[in-house]
Design a protein around this ligand. Sequence first.
Ligand code: K7E
Ligand code: CUA
Length: 651
Amino acid sequence: MMLAAGMSALVFASACKPGKVSQTTDTDAAQKVYVAPGEHDELYMFASGGFSGQVAAYGIPSGRLLKVIPVFSQNPENGWGYSEDTKPMLNTSHGFVPWDDAHHTELSKTNGEDDGRWLFINGHNTPRIARIDLSTFKTVEIIELPNVGGNHASPFCTENTEYVVGNTRFSVPYDGKGDVPIETYKENFKGAVSFVKVDKDNGRMNLAFQLLVPGFNYDLAHAGKGPSHDWIFFTTYNTEQAHTLLEVNASQKDKDFIMAVNWKKAEELIAAGKGKKQPADYVHNVWDEKTHKGVSTPKNEVITLDVTEHPEIVYYMPCPKSPHGVDINPSGEFIVASGKLAAVIPVFSFQKMQDAIKNKQFEGTIGGNLNVLKYDAILAGEVQKPGLGPLHTEFDDKGFAYTTMFVSSEVVKWKVDTREIIDRIPVYYSPGHLTVPGGDSKKPYGKYVIALNKITKDRYLPTGPELTQSAQLIDISGNKMKLLLDFPTIGEPHYAQTIPAEKIVKNQKRFYKIEENNHPFATKSEKDARVVRTGNRVDVYMTAIRSHLAPDNIEGIKVGDEVYFHVTNLEQDWDVPHGFAIKGANNAELLIMPGETTTLKWVADRPGMFPFYCTDFCSALHQEMSGYLRVSPKNSTTALKYSIGNSPITH
Ligand code: K7E
Ligand code: CUA
């Protein structure tokens, strides 16, 4: 108890960072990160925005922010979560939830290599997994996960993206059975590992099954590859099963565990009908590229398998002191876990683990029937004195590993097969995750490591009490690591994945074909622009092309009318979006891509004259791209009328 309290005091105290440390940057650092005007970066980095709920794409090595991709949070910049078409994407079994806490970006993989097709990210708070299509940089699917409290160990994909997997951070009773005393944690609380099947052709997700596992806190995960292909590994903490003051009560034991799950065998058991259908409420939201709309579908059932009834698919690997990250090296043989309060980094051998299972080298059980493997039997070795507060490890293409040290604020480079420390470099300050291009794949690209830092203190110009988080680009091409660049990030970057640009660029979509637009309110030519009243609902079929909106004069709208602006961008060229905004809208603007239709709902709340206009500076006459909508009192007799130019639109 004293030790644990002392350790957590250390973690806490060290959040006060050292003062400004002068450092030597490589003299040619500027040259190494300089991307000349008009030139492209070599790599994309996709970083989570943490509590911003979004993903950001940066160019590396310049550190330039290229795009904020809205995922779980509304984004007024492009109407994500505000337009009628995108609102269903943020639907959950709790209704519309326009925010989440997004931690881990995960690129889809083929044969263990990043394939550049999709990017997955978890919503930790209201448990969800999202899929972004990297040909459009758009969130195209979000699936909610039932029975889960805190989808943190998520979404990690297996070697060929057979599944993306998520596990519970806060164990809870199953959905619908949560109304029990908190002190019944040990009897009633459970973890649930969600296996979301990914269609290999179109990426479509589907919650295939859930494994019910003991009620611990599951923190992070990585799937095996090569020899360890069939397995996925999760760190656990709070194996003490505390439900209060976890800071102390969940740091009692010298060791927690890595839970190793044979997902291949689990899949076979499910296929053999061993799973149980359980009621579960969750929703599945899918974006349709042709109708330019999201569709939200409620689901009510999940197949579950209780691992205590199938102990042959789960083994626990003892791991020192509240492990956080678990990372598998490119060959798939070594499993590295980072105990937040541990003095060493244990490196486990997959081969030894398999032998230990075969030879029944167990040191105990969990709940009487899940086997705990012997630490010494499965250990390849330990990295001694790595630093304080190890969190996450990535790998390069030359057999080295890089681990972040949150407390001692550094990145440590060590050799995977000998566990010897090669180099260490201070980072500013308190790194969480880090990313090496391809660094969790079978074929790392290497060259850089980017540390994702929680605290910046004095690194940038001050911005009041709230300061930015930060990424630091480090050159790892030589034996010694060299700091090249600091750049601020959106939100709090947790994990990031970095990939050679060529894998993404070749698939880019430039615009949507207007003839393929199946939006139910699409207007494919200006002559079809019109306004239709049905009771107090008014549908405005509007078109946008440089440099006018049609119709641009609308009269006969009455107080209380619900007006739906369905704006179709008729352009068929790259980089010509149009925007749409109207005074008093209770949501946001629209930003409509070429060939796309998007709908904004607006309620006429008072009589008057309401200008509307294009928000995106699209041409020399962009300022002219505007119009008026007249609102009359509820009982007025003003006739519905719409036009552009001097004559009404005729059909
Ligand atoms: Cu280490 Cu949420 Cu992956 Cu942040 S977690 S650091
Ligand atoms: Cu269209 Cu500005």
